[in-house]
Write a protein that binds this ligand. Structure first.
Ligand code: FAD
Length: 318
């Protein structure tokens, strides 16, 4: 996909006007369901149960981002409480501390109020603390997603503070950011859980590599640091070259299969998820659900021409 088209789609992902237009399109819901597991807790828990039965782990994201309304941020926390309670009733909920937990929720701090004009940082931290408390009681993990680079310092600071109470709290680093190799070195200590991804936002050259080859090279350097570190690397990519290199990196670091995991998005490369699982690897599927699917969906369209073509074909009725 051309860099220009990708930037245009990522800009569209943040346009409220386009969101209103796209979400009203008659085909949208059907197309979106390829990447989003429904709008209700029941639907996503049922999808999670199917994936768990196939031997995969799960991380569920209640869709929403860039909240500038405190009531909406509080409603998001409430939604997570309901989700966590439902997941905690599954037999896979893991109450042994220290073990790899098959069930996880992913949260975006911007959905918890990070962007609120006054005290956004403190509000998001308090909301994330409430979610972690509920997750701990239910035997789940939490990972904090990475958003655009203007939030990275605040997000990593919140994760650092919360890890004092919840040492298992995971965070995401984006290989396209120039700072990330250094962040990997700083964060690869004991008990850390780092999800390494390429990065999904439209970032300026000043802070991010924009060339695909440079992003891939950065990913491999970061992976090397995490594999050699003392934490639990979570290799989030659908890229065959990255997955092959990851296998070599964890083997070189003499990691056992319970000392790292692969992660992929719901609806993407299901066959590869199953292949990795059959080989004895831990594979976690990131499952988004909820009404606020627009931003997430547009970032998936921006990633791959085939995804965009799929959407356009559906629009044309083909
Ligand atoms: P790409 O560079 O998109 O693709 C490389 C190659 O992979 C393609 O050329 C193709 O060969 C293969 N491939 C990709 N998709 C398919 C497909 N559908 N079918 C067949 N082959 C395919 N980003 C963030 O910014 N913040 C986050 O918190 C975040 N969390 C994530 C969590 C998970 C579990 C995952 C998997 C991704 C997450 N991302 C996040 C998104 C990530 O940053 C990338 O935008 C996204 O994963 C695409 O990059 P990629 O490494 O998969 O490979």
């Amino acid at each position: 996909m051309s860099a220009l088209l990708r930037s245009a789609l990522l800009a569209a992902a943040r346009s409220a006007q386009l969101e209103r237009a796209v979400t009203r399109l008659p085909v949208s819901r059907d197309v979106v369901s390829r990447f989003v597991a429904g709008t209700s807790t029941d639907q996503v828990v049922s999808t999670a149960e199917t994936l768990l039965r196939s031997g995969r782990f799960i991380s569920i994201d209640y869709l929403g981002e860039d909240t500038t309304d405190l009531t909406q941020a509080q409603a998001t926390v409430e939604q997570y409480r309901v989700l966590i309670a439902a997941l905690g009733r599954l037999p896979q909920a893991e109450t042994t501390s220290g073990a790899v937990r098959p069930l996880e929720v992913s949260v975006k701090l911007s959905a918890l109020g990070q962007a609120l004009p006054r005290d956004g940082h403190a509000i998001a931290r308090e909301h994330a603390h409430q979610i972690c408390t509920a997750a701990e009681a239910a035997g789940l993990w939490v990972t904090v997603d990475a958003e655009d680079h203007t939030t990275t310092d605040s997000t990593l600071a919140i994760v650092r503070e919360l890890r004092e109470d919840f040492p298992w709290l995971g965070t995401v680093l984006q290989a396209y950011l120039r700072r990330t190799e250094e962040d990997c070195r700083a964060l690869a200590g004991p008990q850390s859980r780092i999800r390494l991804c390429k990065g999904a936002y439209d970032e300026p050259e000043s802070v991010a590599f924009r060339d695909r080859a440079e992003v891939d090279a950065s990913y491999l350097r970061c992976l090397g640091v995490l594999a050699a570190g003392q934490g639990y690397p979570m290799i989030a990519s659908h890229d065959p070259a990255i997955i092959a290199a990851a296998g070599a990196a964890v083997a070189a670091a003499r990691r056992k299969c319970e000392e790292y995991e692969y992660q992929m998005l719901y609806g993407i490369r299901d066959d590869e998820q199953q292949r990795l699982t059959a080989e004895g690897n831990h594979v976690r599927v990131y499952i988004p659900y909820g009404d606020q699917w627009y931003g997430y969906f547009m970032r998936r369209l921006a990633e791959r021409p085939a995804n965009l073509a799929f959407f356009l074909r559906a629009l044309a009725g083909g």
